[in-house]
Ligand binder design. Sequence first.
Ligand code: ADQ
Length: 470
Amino acid sequence: MGRLVCVSNRISLPRKSAAPGGLAVGILSALKRTGGLWFGWGGETVDHEPGEPDLHIREGVTYATIELRASEFDNYYNGYSNDVLWPLFHYFLKGMHYSVEQRDAYESVNRTFAQKLVPLLTPDDRIWVHDYHLIPLGRRLRELGVRQPLGFFLHIPFPNIEMLRVLPCYAELLRDLTSYDVVGFQTENDLQAFHSGIEHLFGAEALKPDGRIRIGDHVLRADVFPIGVDVASVQREAAEAISTEVVRRMVDSLMGRSLMIGVDRLDYSKGLVERFVAYESFLETYPENIGRITYLQIAPLSRTDVRAYAEIRQSLEQAAGRTNGRFADTDWTPIRYLNRNFPHATLMGFLRAAKVGLITPLRDGMNLVAKEFVVSQDPQDPGVLILSTLAGAARELTGALLVNPYDTRAVSHAMRAALEMPLPERRERYNAMMQVLKRNDINAWTRRFTEALEHVQGGSSRVRVLGTTA
Ligand code: ADQ
């Protein structure tokens, strides 16, 4: 079996205090299992031609980091990736701001990734590209003569063709995706949406009955690979963290009140404003809970250079301030709202201490925190998960209280139901979800995707440059 090479926009070198996002958590677990190379941007921008990759080896994983040109970075990352593709793929059309300059920078950075990666590759490598920043990378690698199996996994949702078509270069984006041998999505919905694009661009005959896609003489496999969590490690972290000082102090400060918790990057797709409004409505509708519940929302800042993220931050401060101003007492704050990171283990301890997990994104590829919340619970006395139907995780976590995050009344009702749920029902729901989470943990995800890559035969020998059909 050849070496696994993972490629992502940003590399996080392991640091104790670092809080990797969902993508980094997934890649690291994959590489720690198999060993291999992780290639990506190291966080430095330069005013000259980017130099050769820097190599670091830690715990059997080689980290190869590259620099990017300062003149391109903003348009590539804040612009095309996070102000065009991210909002579009999350169905937030109003948040999308397209420009040709951004797209050019995106293409150019993908070319740089390809040029810097090729010299590091060996013939037996299997290459696994991650996420929306790097969709064109597969095609660029093929153009440079790379013949190894190439896979792509999209961590975020994929939009239906009727949404995707809004993008001026949607056809190129679809064509770029078909350059890979394996294309993975989080859910069946995303796969169906991809099929809708393939059918639109190449005709229904491109979709084969066995699920494969044939375009000319290139056959690719597009499939669903729902990402999971490291069940054993999250369980251990949560059980150990509960008796650490930082978690004990937080629990003591509740003075016996029940804890509801949300943990999300500060992002408009996570539905935080709607969640705050639902909590306010909960206190208003069920006033017997005033003074008896504390809602802890941990939301570390992300993508602070993108305008929409500054705006959401302001709205949240206002919403939290309003609820606290309205309901707080001298010895009780209804919402504790924190914009900071915690070590992963501490976070798992906080989740375990909570009676209710509130995960209500307006759209989410999967949402690992929802899975981590369930896994971190005490099996004898588990808390209840309130989960948005619009998160990919809702497909597997059917034991959660599933809600439409836009439905304020339904969310506040679910809060009450969760707080009052009797122990036998909580256990039943927990056990049902744990079965699924154990079966489809992070190792299963890695194994399924890398096996799919192993079954690719002949690499790019079957790939031809695809002509325009739309
Ligand atoms: P994200 O949008 O980053 O991921 P998510 O899936 O919830 O969202 O993953 C976040 C990860 O970061 C979790 O493992 C969580 O524990 C950790 N984390 C969050 N806040 C933290 C904090 N303050 N301190 C420490 N750790 C923190 C993207 C997609 C998701 C998809 C993942 C993985 O948007 O839909 O589930 O990739 O594919």
